[in-house]
Ligand binder design. Sequence first.
Ligand code: AMP
Ligand code: ZN
Length: 451
Amino acid sequence: MLKLFNSLTRKTEEFNPKDANNVKMYSCGPTVYYYPHIGNFRAYLFMDNIRRVLKYNGFTLNGVMNITDVGHLTSDADEGDDKMLVASKRENKSPWEIAKFYTDVFMADAKKLNIDLPEHIVPATSVIEEMIEFVKVLIEKGFAYETSKGIYFDIAKFHAYGALSGMDIREKLAGARIEVDDEKRSPYDFVLWVKAPKEHIMQWPSPWGMGYPGWHIECSVIGDKYLGEYIDIHTGGVDHKPVHHENEIAQSNCHYGHQVVSNWMHLEFLQIDGGKMSKSLGNLYTIADLEKKGYAAEDFRFFYFMAHYSKQQNFTFDALDMAKNTLKSIKNLVKEHKTGSAKVDTAGYQQEFLDSINDDLNMPKAIACVQKMLKEERSADVYNAFIKFNQVLGLNLDEEEIPAEIKELAEKRWQAKQNKDWATADAVRAELDAKGYVVKDSKEGYEILKK
Ligand code: AMP
Ligand code: ZN
């Protein structure tokens, strides 16, 4: 029996999809205005984790993830500039070029992390027509109204507003700052469609003139288009709970007149050295940054398994080293078991592994079970059980040998370094880099890694 924690009911519940064996799952995707960092990827490893555990339990999946390429302002609550336009100015490119570039970066990193991507990956700009139709319905049903600036959702009409994050909207309203936009009925009414000034680059025709969508509407509309009016699981980071997901619930439930998402799942944040990740602190790492420091993307994938998703996870390079070393020893043991001849009954381990992942994705416990099993006498039975578990872990077991040519280059570089011939050492490093390899030096020598 698979049990998952539902943020909406605040309970760990037995998971049963609405439609027999087929799970409909929606995941809030990236805003493609900058390089995704490892915190963002914790969110997508979480999505991968759920998908693989569902499949391990025999469910089939219809998964959807949006790509935000319009409408996400610098504040989640409708303030500031569109992040895409900020990036467009910063890089002197069109917002469409920005979206293409960072979507490609995201997909390449996701591939390196072996993330099991959803069946549908949908850019917000591909559903503008559907968004307009959806907003029209909200207006017709009396849940939205027009001002000189755009179309707003009237939160007073949705009594359950705030239920997900446990906020009392009446209390919040009483303490609200002076409203800057006196056309809005309540300060917490949020924008569905923005009337665009002439100079705004991204805009589309609508019944309300030229404009562009608010950020939240894309998730309701993409969910509706690809999954329909009942969604079993919706994922995202905890930061999305109080604004983005409250707004999404309000839009979707009022559109249909019933609850659309039954199970909300939220991932706690990745912290860096015990604090927030930020560009100004210089501690915002990407997968490429980790690679430059000699780690493989998979080391970060394994690092994800070391904490439960509902707890903050603290990133340090010591912890990443630990993940990397544990991963390496696991892989070495798996190789030894492959040719082992002992007979081992793995039924107990299989049950323990299943119980751990089905206990609201308890990956630290599942990994402990794997490590215990690998201590058994070398046995193909253990190897076979591990291969099964690896459907959830998604580790790459058939790494090719480092080619001789690469080994020679690495050695040449090492010798050049010993001779303090830095120019040659740098040139060879660049050559290795172009061929897809990095070398990591230590006191004892060097290690060659595939990028
Ligand atoms: P964004 O691209 O800003 O829309 O964020 C993409 C995803 O990354 C969202 O689900 C966020 O909740 C998540 N996210 C952002 N920062 C972190 C972090 N430090 N740790 C975990 N998830 C994060
Ligand atoms: Zn979303």
